[in-house]
Design a protein around this ligand. Sequence first.
Ligand SMILES: Cc1ncc(COP(=O)(O)O)c(C=O)c1O
Length: 428
Amino acid sequence: MKNASNPLALRGGTPVCAGSWPPWPVFDDTERRLLSGVLECGKWWFGERVRQFESEFAAFQGSRYAVTCTNGTTAIEMGLKALGVLPGDEVIVPPYSFVATASAVVTVGAIPVFADIRPDTLCLDPADVARKITPRTRAIIPVHVGGCIADIETINAVARAQGLRVLEDAAHAWGSQWKGRGAGVLGQCGTFSFQVSKNITAGEGGILVTDDEELADLCRSYTHCGRRKDAAWYDHDYLGSNLRLTEFQAAILIAQLTRLEAQIRRRQAAASILDRELAGLAGIRLLAPAPQMTRRSYHMYILRLDESALGVSRDLFVEALIAEGVPASGGWYRPLYANGVFRNPSREPLHGIRAPLADRASEYAQTCCPVCEQVCRDAVWIPQNVLLSGADRIGEVARAIGKVVANAEALRVESKRRGRDRQSAAGA
Ligand SMILES: Cc1ncc(COP(=O)(O)O)c(C=O)c1O
């Protein structure tokens, strides 16, 4: 890929990518029609739409049951409760995720224990999971980062051998499949998010899928103020909450689901162009998902930078890519255990949800998952809406990356210049 002749846009050259990227969220008359149907029929509560979406999403993922709720965070919480995770139990989670994966564990009174991720998939490393198991471990939460399914067969084998439950945090994996089976039904249950950045969205929303009827009934009860299935309206046999999705959200999600299949194909096609064009590029490391993953919903395209080979920091590389017109980022993950909620659990104000962590500060201060820490420094994310572009625009993304790599020397010069500027500003 020869691009060195055109100077970097960061240094006054012409950007490779001109024009905007596909907007997100996508909607059309399908959403309008279904939404106005709910509005006009006056059945805003306990109508047909929530149940319809649940059965359509269950069919899409290949699960027997699906239970909607307010968001992906509460979906994890209710899944953990229904799996029998109790206060004081330990739950193994990866540190490369959104905080909800670990905070949901704390919210149910249990203790998150962090196991490292694999450098080639960025998902939970089963070997480190095995090392982190103690007599108090109750469950494992693999996260399918960016829609890439974690090594679920090995994780399940470890879990089976130790009598542990597996809840898949599939918040990025709508439509991803392992040997043709949908994410979410590969362990005992799986949870999804429909928050606005997600590939299928109603602004907010969540769902849990499972093949286990009893577990589904328990989850339904948790979302529905603790009412047991078929119980009288004012009988509350369990401790639950009100986590119900609205008919309006369900109407939008039904519409969104009608285009998900085609969008997945489009994103996969875009990702395979990037894989092909970037393979072998100096300083760029592509991920290597397991071959058993037969379909992948890309919530983002992630690559890793070999900073030492390129001599350029990830942040400067991303800045150069943005200047070329690619809306890349370093991702917003940092190791979850580095967050204040884990590092300073007794900091004021004290409140109930910190209680499970009260004596754990020193433990989290010593936690180190080196692969995750490295990935947080070198990952580059390209968001899912970019992957909805046609082949020409995706070719531009690949050319922009190639151009920045080819101009690494100019970036090294830029980095030195900034360093000198900083020094003289500090001395002034
Ligand atoms: C991996 C992961 N898990 C859980 C969640 C929580 O989902 P929500 O924002 O719908 O609560 C998110 C949301 O970003 C996520 O990315």
